[in-house]
Structures are given as C-alpha cells and as structure tokens.
Design a protein around this ligand. Structure first.
Ligand code: NAD
Length: 334
C-alpha cells in the first residue's frame, strides 16, 4: 500500500517534506497547496507536482497569471490519506477543522500548540506513541534537536539546563531579525523546556537568545547527572545514536558555517543537515555535570520526523524499520 500524501503550505518545511515524500517507496505525493503563484509554485509544477490553491479565495491569483491549478485544498483533501500541514505557526490549528471534515489524518509542525494533536513526536524517542493516531505534531527544530541527544542519555539525567542560541531568520526570510543585535527571550525559562517534556518526561529548564545568523541554531547543554557517566561513555552513546553526528573542531568544524559547508559537500538538497551536530570536543564531564554543545539545521532536522510520522500513523513499519528506511532514502549518515 502506498499512502497518499498532500502538503498544505509549501514553504521552507513543506517543500522539503514534499521532496522527502517523493523519495519513499511506500508513499505517493498527490499534490501541494499554495496561496500564490510564486516561483516556488512554478518550481513545483516543473517538478511534476500537482499544485492546488490553498483556498477558493486564492484561485483568482492563479487565474490572473494563467497558472493552471488542479483544484483547491478541498479537492486535494478528497484525494489523500494524510495531509502534512506546514503552514505558518498557529494556522494549522485553524486548518484542523477542514481536515476533520474531510476525514483525513493530519501532521502538524512545531509552530502549533501541543494540544493541536494527540501526540508530540520525535521518532527515535516516542515512535510507538503515535501508532495509528490521526493527528500528530512533529515538534519544532529546537525541540527535535534537544530531544534527540537528551533521549539518548535520559536514564542518566537528573536535571537539564540548556541555552538556545537561535538563528534570527531562515536564509530566504527578509522580514525577521535582528540584523545587528542579540535579543534575549525574557520569558525565563523559555518555552523550549516544556516542549521537550511533551515528548520525553525529563526535568529541563531552558533560556533562549536570538542572534543575527540564518544558518543554524546552537544549544549549550548542561546536564546534572543522577548516575555516573564519563566523557567516553557519552561519545560512545552519541556515536550510536541515529540522526546525531559528532563533529571535531580539530578537523576544521569551527562553527556552524563549516557544518553547512559539510552538507553542501555531501551535495545534500538545499544543504540539508538532517542530523544534529554535536561538537566532540565540547563533550565534557566535571563531577556529576555533563556539558556539550550542539547545532541544529532548523530548515531540515524535522523533515525525516514527518516521514516517520506518516509511517507510524498508518502502521506501515515498526520504529527502526521506518527510521532506517527514511535515513537511507535521504542519505542520512546514521
Ligand atoms: P514558511 O513561511 O517558510 O512556509 C509556510 C508556507 O505556507 C508559505 O509558503 C506560505 O505562503 C504558506 N501559507 C501561508 N498561509 C497559508 C494558508 N492559509 N494555507 C496554505 N499555505 C499557506 O514557514 P516554515 O518555516 O516552513 O514553517 C512552517 C511550520 O513549520 C511552522 O509551524 C513552523 O513553526 C514549523 N517549523 C519551522 C522551522 C523553520 O526553521 N523554518 C523549523 C521547524 C518547524
């Protein structure tokens, strides 16, 4: 059986998920819903992806420039088994009624509140919780990044304190900032800690800053340990954790710039770095405290999670079978 997939919201996340769906042998990309006939809509068409108007209100925009659409979102919903909602944060919640009415399963993204779905999801942490569910939320890029590494060491965690250094905007976004400032999140602790707790039950507090960069987020993680763990143990655990890679400063990985260059060198589509990058030298244990620094490619780490979410919602594969299939199809290194 091939699961028929539609994408509503063909932006940073939507187009990457569409690409990833097209790489799966057990899924079929039926179409994408767009609000306007911009270059991304033309590119979708060139790639042979059927384009639908995201609402009847938007149809005249396409007609005006002679861009042929297949129909509207409602038509798309009539043809799919699941819709991946990758519209801007908060909009998914409003769209949910449409999906319910059409009787299709839906995946929401991290910009939505946890209450939009039955489960908040990171495949390697809680795959089974989403088995057969109708509504799943793939958590945000930061929450996915924190969850991947913390889940691997969860048995050792007493308390986590983490500082998120967040990118100001995605590379194609000219509306957000700051351009020349550091913006603290004065909500302390920040929302990231509670968001991790929607996936794994650990003690965690986070603080956050936004800085002028578009490439990646960086997390400075401090863990109070409840049982002994050495630096070597942590290196071995992360080496054996899927979708986590160790990068060495000694090999020239001085900053997020070189991590992105690494993804470019792999000829990854859109220089996606699906894996969370942990700086090996930053892993240190002092007494009962563990420290490490990791980087998150915000545009792509959640993409494999969307694919695994589809598989688990339709009970197509068990956890490791799905993770392996997704990893292989996207060239994820381990
Ligand atoms: P985006 O702005 O790049 O893309 C959203 C797309 O939805 C755009 O193409 C926009 O034109 C379209 N859209 C707007 N209104 C719409 C409507 N009514 N119906 C259908 N489409 C509509 O946003 P994004 O960065 O891809 O974010 C999408 C979701 O993914 C959000 O929940 C966000 O929080 C989450 N997310 C984003 C990132 C990231 O860093 N970009 C990372 C992880 C999760």
């Amino acid at each position: 059986m091939k699961v028929k997939v539609g994408i509503n919201g063909y932006g940073t996340i939507g187009k990457r998920v569409a690409y990833a769906v097209s790489k799966q042998v057990d899924m079929e990309l039926v179409g994408v819903a767009k609000t306007k006939p911009d270059f991304e809509a033309y590119r979708a068409k060139e790639l042979g992806i059927p384009v639908y108007a995201a609402s009847p209100d938007f149809v005249p925009r396409f007609e005006k420039v002679g861009f042929e659409i297949v129909g509207t979102l409602e038509d798309l919903l009539g043809k799919v088994d699941v819709i991946v909602d990758a519209t801007p944060g908060g909009m998914g919640e409003k769209n949910k009624a449409l999906y319910e009415k059409a009787g299709v399963k839906a995946i929401f993204q991290g910009g939505e509140k946890a209450s939009v779905a039955e489960v908040s999801f990171v495949a390697q942490a809680n795959y089974e919780k989403a088995l057969g569910k109708d509504y799943v939320r793939v958590v945000s890029c930061n929450t996915t990044g924190l969850t991947r590494t913390l889940n691997a060491i969860k048995d050792y965690i007493d308390y986590v304190y983490a500082v998120m250094i967040r990118r100001a905007a995605d590379p194609n976004d000219i509306k957000r900032g700051p351009v020349n400032a550091i913006k603290p999140s004065v909500e302390v602790p920040s929302h990231h800690g509670p968001d991790v707790q929607t996936v794994i039950p650990i003690n965690i507090e986070t603080m956050a800053f936004i800085v002028p960069t578009t490439l990646m987020h960086v997390h400075s993680v401090m863990v109070k340990l409840k049982k002994p763990l050495t630096r070597e143990d942590v290196i071995e655990i992360f080496e054996n954790t899927t979708r986590v890679l160790l990068f060495e400063k000694e090999k020239g990985f001085d900053s997020t710039a070189q991590l992105i260059e690494f993804a470019r060198d792999l000829h990854r589509e859109w220089n996606n770095l699906y894996e969370i990058g942990v700086w090996k030298e930053s892993i240190n244990v002092k007494g009962n405290h563990l420290f490490y620094i990791q980087a998150v490619h915000q545009e792509s780490d959640v993409v494999p999670e969307n694919i695994d979410a589809i598989r688990v919602m339709f009970e197509l594969a068990d956890k490791w079978d799905s993770i392996k299939k997704t990893n292989k199809s996207l060239g994820i290194l381990k």
